[in-house]
Design a protein around this ligand. Sequence first.
Ligand SMILES: [Zn+2]
Length: 127
Amino acid sequence: MNATELQIKDLENLIGNLKESLLFQKASILNKSHEFKAEQSSVSAHGDEAEIASLDASNNISIHLHERDRTALYSIERALGKISDGTYGQCEACGEMIAARRLQARPFTALCIDCMEEQESHSNIYQ
Ligand SMILES: [Zn+2]
């Protein structure tokens, strides 16, 4: 087995595990936002002022989480889409395969290490 075959084998294993974990993460985010909505509607049905005040505080946290979850959900959907059309693991800039080790560490990465470094050398906004 040469290095390329090994990389492909690694990638297949990685994608198999990743897909499961992405689907699990997606389900738990959707579950959470469902609970959040249920909480919202039950409180509006009955609420004195103290309850509303404490609701405001927890709402801010929930909205914040919600925003973060939305971003996470977007990344998850994007990765799942790539897995299903067979483009997962390809660098979006140069089209080369991203190293399996890199994908393992950063499953949502869209660039190979070379392109990432190239991009960072032009701008350090994201560092
Ligand atoms: Zn690249």
